[in-house]
Design a binder for this molecule. Sequence first.
Ligand code: UDP
Length: 319
Amino acid sequence: MKLLVTGGAGFIGSFLSEALISAGHSVVSLDDLSTGSDKNLINLTGKPGYTFVNGTMMDENLVRDLMADVDGVFHLGAALGVKRILERPYESLVTNMHGTEIVLKAAAAKKLRTFLASTSEIYGKNPIQPLTEESDRVLGSPLLVRWTYSEAKAIDESLIQIFHQTHGLPFVTGRFFNTVGPRQTGAYGMVLPGFVTQALAGKPLTVYGDGNQQRVFCHVSDAVDAVMRLFFNDKALGHAFNIGGETEVSIKELAELVIAETGSNSKIEMVSYKDAYPAGFAETMRRIPNTTKVREFTGWAPKYSLKAIIADVAAHLKA
Ligand code: UDP
């Protein structure tokens, strides 16, 4: 198939593009290189069947033109990263709502099979864990900008469902939990590349809040494997799936593990949320995926342990 990947120069989008090319598909990758990077494309540039388009998904004509020539769409283009969203709230909200509307409208007009990248953020701070696809959304005040990412992505999910009903748009939605691995930058606040960079430099690892917030991390290769299995599976159409790892860890424990696994002399420095984030931040204390659905539909299971993930991120950052 010939497939459009929005956000194709991003962290997940670049690995997905590589997997699609390896599987024998052609890829048209659309990215405005705002948070994506051409460094992520080194394995792709010049590969037969790969085309990179430097442009924005906010450009309706461009998106429509690209859709005219493909058989399916992976919509990963988005503004993301808690810190970045807080720093650029309006731009992020518009990108994540209107940009997605443009992409989904064009896909619906052609009834193109579409993967929508959604997020565990849509569950907000629901205390009932692990989170299944049917779990409620529990959000804080709309005056806290942190929740706008969750709000925009939930609207995106509703929009794709509406186009499914009105236009017969075939879709599958993947809700990424904390996804990590090589090429991810700490620049937008993501914790693991930040910790590993700090550990390798012998600097203190900055643990925010009391460090008791819990997460589960999934290696990007495992996440991309899930996306591939879902997209090409007719049974998955019309469904949303959690995509996440297996090992629950507190952020304080994660910092200790990163120090141990990298053999670093770094110490841990506790930083208050007030000092860590711009205004509008709220914490999510626990976010644990239930991934039974994707496993049952596709036979998927993640392969990377948390230690293997840290080792891979460290190897990449050292290189
Ligand atoms: N965090 C931290 N130190 C950092 C960066 C992040 O303690 O240098 C915390 C952050 O407050 C959150 C968790 O690590 O509790 C995961 O943050 P990230 O931004 O990676 O993803 P989130 O799960 O918040 O979307």
